[in-house]
Design a protein around this ligand. Structure first.
Ligand code: ADP
Length: 400
């Protein structure tokens, strides 16, 4: 087998997702997930062909230990020589990175420095990079930044209404996230329209545990709902999204919350979970609403969908044409109820759902969900891993 496969790594603070991908076809040869890292329960699942293997991870139970299990498995399956390079998902690239980047000591130092903007993600991404460097010292390591696609936003979209010095001296501005996903689904939608992406304008809605909306004009991101941190914008699984900043002072000054309490409340206890008081999992909330007529579950879904519809309508101000809306992410790809509720609030923009097609587009099916005569909306299954593999491969080919 040719050595053209890219090992894609997505490192969280206690997890590691990996896939071995053919960058030209997008097919996955091997994939898996290491979970509960840094605890004695650390384990790794590896999927290859039809087989699924689960193993415990030995002490010190960290990312490096997980990568060692993966390397051993690749050796046993005779796949180690097919790996051309390692592509890493890195959450925050700040204003420094708008392109795939070959990792060297300077790049690592910058990723570390940017951890002040993404304290939960960048340190974990760096851990993955260092573990992969010691496991594959001879291979190129490439960083693909989640913020990169949004670096084309104009100043008016990324500057906050606070003193400009805070941007100039501290980098406080909108960066946006889920860039790789928004880019992938926009490219797929352009293919469906048989037009070059550079001639297409879309609004894409990435709806998973984290949610973001992006306005894409002539193939480039011109605005997005997530901000300097992944807390802004539409409501999410456990994150509040936008709220009156005065509420934070009220919580602290009147209700005695500490700053850490507020951070916990807005990041972990709000959103679908906070309103429903049931779960952050959209499936559980939908079941409670449909089967048990749980009113708070219904309210959580109403608020979730209304805010998304409102954000989509707001982003039409960033565009001069709208070729369609794209739904993606775990909720966007699977929940016909959420999509129907969002589209029903966008009739002024000439969107009308096709109920049967909407129900059919679930569980990995991608396609059109609007009636003839409506402006189009599609479900498109995202594939961030493929983008990371493709961009890593392209960068190395340019360098060869
Ligand atoms: P993450 O942001 O962690 O990558 P995902 O994109 O995997 O998250 O999305 C997770 C969300 O997708 C959860 O809220 C889950 O309930 C929702 N989801 C998955 N399948 C369905 C479904 N069939 N119906 C409704 N929601 C679903």
């Amino acid at each position: 087998m040719q050595n053209k496969f890219i090992l894609v790594l997505n490192c969280g603070s206690s997890s590691l997702k990996f896939s071995l991908i053919d960058p030209e076809l997008g097919t996955t040869l091997l994939s898996g997930l290491a979970q509960r890292l840094l605890s004695e329960q650390a384990s790794i699942k590896i999927h290859y062909n039809a087989s699924h293997e689960q193993q415990e991870i030995a002490a010190p139970y960290d990312h490096q230990a997980a990568i060692l299990v993966l390397v051993k498995q690749l050796q046993q399956l005779n796949l180690i020589s097919c790996v051309k390079a390692v592509g890493h998902r890195v959450v925050h690239g700040g204003e420094s990175y708008c392109q795939p980047t070959l990792i060297n000591a300077d790049v690592k130092a910058k990723i570390k420095q940017l951890a002040r903007l993404a304290p939960l993600h960048n340190p974990a991404n760096l851990t993955g990079i260092e573990a992969a460097e010691s496991a594959f010292p001879e291979l190129a390591q490439v960083a693909i930044f989640d913020t990169a696609f949004h670096q084309t936003m104009p100043e008016k979209a990324y500057i906050y209404g606070i003193p400009y010095a805070l941007y100039k001296h501290h980098g406080i501005r909108r960066y946006g996230f889920h860039g790789t996903s928004h880019y992938f689904v926009a490219q797929q939608a352009a293919e469906r329209l048989e037009k070059p992406l550079a001639q297409c304008s879309f609004i894409s809605a990435h709806l998973g545990n984290g949610c973001s909306i992006a306005a894409i004009k002539n193939g480039k991101s011109v605005d997005t709902s997530l901000g300097m941190t992944p807390l802004e914008g539409v409501m999410m699984g456990t994150r509040s999204g936008d709220l009156d900043p005065g509420i934070i002072f009220y919580l602290i000054n009147q209700l005695g919350y500490s700053v850490a309490d507020v951070e916990q409340l807005l990041n972990k206890e709000s959103g679908l979970l906070g309103i429903s008081e049931l779960s952050n999992d959209c499936r559980i909330i939908e079941d409670a609403y449909i089967e048990a007529h749980n009113q708070q579950a219904g309210l959580a879904l109403d608020v979730f969908c209304y805010r998304i519809a409102k954000a989509i309508a707001a982003f039409t101000a960033s565009l001069t044409q709208l070729d369609g809306i794209i739904f993606t992410g775990g909720i966007g790809e699977n929940s016909n109820l959420i999509r129907e509720k969002i589209i029903s609030q966008l009739s002024l923009l000439n969107f009308e759902i096709a109920p049967d097609a909407n129900v059919a587009m679930r569980f990995g099916q991608s396609g059109l969900i609007t009636r003839e005569g409506s402006r189009p909306a599609w479900v498109i299954a995202t594939n961030e891993e493929w983008v990371i593999a493709e961009q890593t491969f392209q960068l190395l080919n340019e360098k060869d």
